[in-house]
Write a protein that binds this ligand. Structure first.
Ligand SMILES: Nc1ncnc2c1ncn2[C@@H]1O[C@H](COP(=O)(O)OP(=O)(O)OP(=O)(O)O)[C@@H](O)[C@H]1O
Ligand SMILES: [Mg+2]
Length: 146
């Protein structure tokens, strides 16, 4: 099942991220896809706003993974945020312990997930952001389970 959201600004993309975050459950692993500058990190900023930890969001130049300590209904939870842009091979990805990091967070988020189809089975949902004009984006949210 897919949901399509039309965003007209970075703030609308963050709002979509906040709304999406409210639907997440423990163990979710989210693929964030889209071209350079599409808004994957903006969407992620909205997710971290929902979990009260947006001040921890790393700049887009962070190396591979960041851990955020967020909150849901007063309880602490950890979110793992990956950016796989600079990785080349499945071996490199395995070398950083990707699989273990995915499963040890409350929820994980992976920018450039589509570069590593080997891990496709791990994702419980996918968010794809497409350009639709300088400030316009089309955000497609697909969940594996109903
Ligand atoms: N509707 C919109 N949604 C999201 N970002 C937008 C929108 N309109 C303009 N922008 C701008 O586009 C840029 C998106 O950058 P962002 O770092 O989120 O992209 P990204 O997909 O994470 O890129 P990268 O692949 O480099 O990590 C920001 O500068 C943001 O202000
Ligand atoms: Mg980014």
């Amino acid at each position: 099942m897919s949901e399509i959201i039309h965003s007209a600004s970075a703030e609308e993309t963050r709002a979509a991220g906040r709304r999406f975050a409210s639907t997440l459950r423990e163990g979710d692993v989210v693929a964030l896809n889209g071209e350079l500058g599409a808004g994957k990190t903006e969407f992620m900023r909205g997710v971290t706003e929902y979990f009260g930890c947006s001040e921890q969001l790393a700049s887009p130049t962070f190396p591979l993974m960041n851990v955020y300590e967020g909150f849901l209904e007063g309880c602490e939870l950890s979110l793992h945020h990956f950016d796989l842009y600079r990785l080349e091979t499945d071996q490199e990805l395995e070398g950083i312990g990707f699989g273990e990091y995915l499963s040890s967070a409350w929820a994980s988020f992976v920018e450039w997930a589509e570069r590593f189809p080997k891990y496709e089975h791990a994702y419980t949902s996918a968010v794809t952001i497409d350009y639709d004009g300088p400030e316009r984006r089309i955000i497609t949210v697909t969940r594996r389970d109903a």
